[in-house]
Write a protein that binds this ligand. Structure first.
Ligand SMILES: Cc1cc2nc3c(=O)[nH]c(=O)nc-3n(C[C@H](O)[C@H](O)[C@H](O)COP(=O)(O)O)c2cc1C
Length: 381
């Protein structure tokens, strides 16, 4: 199986599974508890039917949107995800370069494996920096300043992760950072020597957003302990309001789900929210962002930009979310499996396929531009 054999999410997932040691594949592919929310995220789109209009003379399709002040050529972006150089040695460099080629935004995680400064310098498209809130307020201030100095366009605070989700696939394989593999997990690495050769022959693994502050590389602190020991579970709305003031620019909360929280986000001056359940990786049983989208858009859509992520695998999924009122849609595993499968070329192929699908879907729906998508296009079963 080669990259050119990949025509959709499932093909990329299969190729990634062939290339990655299974503990790493399962870290990407897995989710919390019984993975109910993970499955529901994609299934939610199937409850919604599209009602096309015909004979509308669609010649040119404009997919561009403006979200949180950023002009994007496409209404979907690469959501921030951790540890990308573990999936492919090009890591964030590949994702940022591919996103730039397609004129869209990409997110850099606090647990990213390339520095936000390097990625910012290498790319001209908007950058989202994903922040975790630490107990140490000094560290928070230092990191906010660092993101400002780097020229980050959108500060994004993830609020659904005050503790780590129960990822049982990782418990079984022993996946953690640093790796503490079970015997079975070690065997799986031995079965994928090419991954190991790439890993060893490229730059040493590190977490440059954090390694000045905590010694992860030296095995002193695992990511699990980072969540429990360094992040602040007492974080509240006053803390976030102070951070919004300090940032004084485009500020997004990622992981908001309730209408009440969406209203509070608008009250404290956030310019965007991402409805998200972290790809089903945190609270299993949590509602899908797509199912929750309409009521949140109705409540706050005139006060801030509402985005969503979770389970997006098709152009029609993006089209349905935009029709409900999302300003843009985040992709997670949709670009991570292609990254693992083939680095930058994989991410480019995946973004290209998504763009082509959405453009085709717009034509078939009889729509020239994203602004023409409305709930009139949709019927729920
Ligand atoms: C492997 C992996 C790592 C992730 N790391 C982060 C992270 O560091 N910060 C964050 O806010 N979200 C993280 N996410 C969540 C994504 O940003 C996004 O919300 C989610 O992947 C969307 O669901 P999807 O994968 O079904 O598209 C991660 C998701 C995956 C799959």
């Amino acid at each position: 199986m080669r990259l050119t054999d990949c025509h959709n999410f499932h093909d990329f997932r299969r190729l990634a599974q062939r290339r990655l040691p299974s503990p790493i594949f399962n870290y990407i592919d897995g989710a919390a508890d019984d993975e109910t929310t993970y499955r529901r995220n994609t299934a939610a789109f199937e409850r919604c039917d599209l009602v096309p209009d015909v004979l509308r003379g669609v010649t040119n399709v404009d997919l561009s949107v403006t979200v949180m002040g950023q002009k994007l050529a496409l209404p979907f972006y690469c959501s921030p995800t951790a540890l990308q150089r573990l999936f492919h040695h090009q890591g964030e460099r590949a994702v940022a370069a591919a996103a730039a080629k397609f004129g869209t935004m990409f997110g850099v995680s606090s647990l990213g494996t390339v520095s936000l400064e390097e990625v910012r310098k290498a790319s001209s498209t908007p950058q989202m920096y994903q922040f975790y809130f630490h107990r140490d307020r000094g560290l928070n201030r230092t990191m906010i300043q660092r993101a400002k100095d780097a020229g980050v366009n959108v500060m994004t605070l993830t609020v659904d992760s005050i503790t780590g989700g129960n990822r049982e696939r990782d418990l079984r394989t022993g996946f953690s950072i640093p790796l503490k593999l079970t015997l079975g997990g070690m065997l799986q690495f031995a079965l994928k020597p090419m991954w190991g050769i790439n890993y060893i022959t490229h730059e040493r693994f590190s977490l440059p957003q954090l390694d000045k502050h905590i010694d992860m590389g030296g095995a002193a602190l695992s990511i699990g302990r980072y969540f429990t020991e360094m992040l602040d579970p007492a974080m509240n709305w006053d803390d976030v309001a102070a951070m919004v003031r300090e940032w004084n620019g485009q500020f997004c909360l990622k992981g908001v789900m309730s209408v009440a929280d969406a209203k509070r986000a608008a009250d404290i001056g956030c310019t965007g929210i991402v409805l998200s359940n972290h790809g089903g990786r945190q609270l299993d049983g949590s509602r899908s962002a797509f199912d929750q989208l309409a009521e949140v858009v109705d409540a706050v859509g005139d006060r801030l930009d509402v985005m969503m992520d979770g389970g997006v695998q098709r152009g029609t999924h993006v089209l349905k979310a935009l029709s409900l009122g999302a300003k843009a849609v985040g992709l997670g595993r949709y670009y991570l499996f292609p990254l693992a499968a083939a680095g930058q070329a994989g991410v480019e192929r995946a973004l290209g396929l998504m763009r082509a699908e959405l453009e085709r879907d717009m034509r078939l729906m009889g729509r020239n531009s994203i602004a023409e998508l409305t709930r009139g296009n949709l019927r729920f079963r």
